[in-house]
Write a protein that binds this ligand. Structure first.
Ligand code: 7TS
Length: 407
């Protein structure tokens, strides 16, 4: 393995020495390349972008727009203006609901989401369907494999469907949904496809045009970038016909006492002073991830997930949620231990300096559907190691006996 960890000041920090960080699906750590990029922007190029007529502000604007160009190339958008900077994936999804959703959904229409969605891709659609007298329909997955079948797609996406909102990768099951197939069905029905890519973009090569996604949302902080910076990709023809989400700042063309007209894309969707430092840091994260390459990242994440799953299969009373093939987990392994509350699993592991997430993972409808309201989740990234997986497994093995169980 290449020693990526030396790129991460976090891991050499005195407080974090020896820590096994397995909560990468919640947020990742940042390499110095990203931290340096933020520092460099504020030390050298900081001004309010898109406004000033002086050289410094032009530099700030260039830095911001270069970041947009890098992101557009990274996800293979056709044009830079199809990339809108937001605060995070949640805001990107809300933007679509408040603008496209609230103007295009009518009484009797249907919005289809999958049962494995993060709340950020459910609540906005609950809001739209309730406001418009439309219906929210759930695409259910196979309880064992996590796969959404062709039959389910055919049954739930039809002539009433106007929006299909689905995760590219589930934050609980780790499964990759077949977006191309779902997009084909949606487009045939005359619906648009909203893809929540929060857990996909960090782990697999994402090509929004090959997927034929109409909208695609993700967060910088899950791919070693900064918090407070997210992306909404949208097809230009759709974005151009949508009303603005938030109002104020440089998103206008002209304002009278009564009326306003809107700036062209992407400014129309970026009200107020933009997060240029965040965008520049996201660009650094993208370049860093590209320097490692998805050939390596995907393979490594799959290999560690497989090691985790194979190890867990050998431990009595431990059950892995979802697919039995580690190559279908994007580094996310959710599990339960008989008789031990997931919060206790996380607390016990914390005393061993292992950080994992436990609870509902902001996917309560999935927990109800699978009959497991709370679970524990280990999620790895390219900087995690086989040694860490083995230490983790050895601790998981002992949890029941530490909790007083005899077998
Ligand atoms: N969609 C998915 C699939 C996610 O996993 C998350 C965050 C979001 C949307 C929201 O991202 P945000 O950046 O707007 O917060 N998921 C998790 C998680 O699994 N644990 O903590 C956050």
């Amino acid at each position: 393995m290449t020693d990526f960890r030396s790129d991460f000041p976090f891991f050499s920090n005195e407080k974090n020495k020896g820590l096994i960080y397995f909560d990468n699906a919640a947020t990742t750590q940042r390499p110095h390349q990203v931290i340096d990029a933020i520092r460099h922007f504020y030390e050298e190029n900081n001004a309010n972008p898109l406004r000033g007529l002086y050289d410094l502000s032009v530099r700030a604007t260039e830095a911001y727009e270069n970041a947009r160009h890098t992101v557009a190339r990274f996800i293979n958008a056709a044009e830079d203006c199809e990339v809108i900077f937001t605060r995070n994936a949640s805001e990107s999804l809300n933007l679509i609901a408040y603008t496209y959703g609230m103007t295009n959904i009518r009484e009797g229409d249907e919005i289809a989401v999958s049962i494995m969605e993060h709340h950020s891709n459910i609540l906005p659609w609950q809001m739209v369907t309730k406001a418009k007298g439309a219906k929210l329909v759930y695409l259910e997955c196979d309880r064992e494999s996590g796969v959404i079948s062709d039959e389910e797609i055919a049954a739930k996406i039809g002539s009433r469907t106007k929006i299909v909102a689905v995760a590219h990768v589930s934050n609980v099951l780790g499964i990759t949904n077949d977006i191309e197939k779902i997009a084909k069905a949606a487009h045939k029905a005359g619906a648009v496809v909203v893809v929540d890519g929060a857990q996909a973009v960090p782990h697999i090569k994402t090509d929004v045009r090959a997927l034929d996604a109409d909208f695609y949302a993700f967060s910088a902080h899950k791919l070693t970038g900064p918090t407070g910076c997210g992306v909404l990709y949208g097809k230009k023809s759709l974005l151009e016909n949508m009303p603005p989400f938030l109002r104020g700042g440089e998103m206008i063309e002209y304002v009278t006492r009564e009326e306003a007209t809107w700036a062209p894309l992407p400014a129309k969707f970026e009200a107020g002073t933009v997060n240029a430092g965040g965008a520049v840091a996201l660009e650094a994260a993208v370049k860093y991830i590209e320097s490692i390459g998805f050939d390596y990242i995907t393979k490594h994440d799959n290999s560690l997930a497989s090691r985790l799953i194979e190890g867990m299969k050998k431990i009595p009373h431990v059950s892995v949620i979802g697919n039995s093939d580690g190559n279908r987990h994007c580094g996310i392994v959710t599990f339960t231990i008989d008789g031990v509350h997931p919060h206790d699993i996380a607390t016990v592991l914390d005393t061993e300096r292992i950080a994992i997430r436990a609870g509902h993972h902001c996917a309560q409808p999935l927990g109800s559907y699978l009959g497991v309201p709370a679970t524990a989740r280990a999620s790895v990234y390219f900087y995690n190691t086989e040694e860490e997986v083995d230490v983790f497994l050895s601790k998981v093995k002992n949890i029941r006996s530490w909790m007083g169980f005899k077998d």
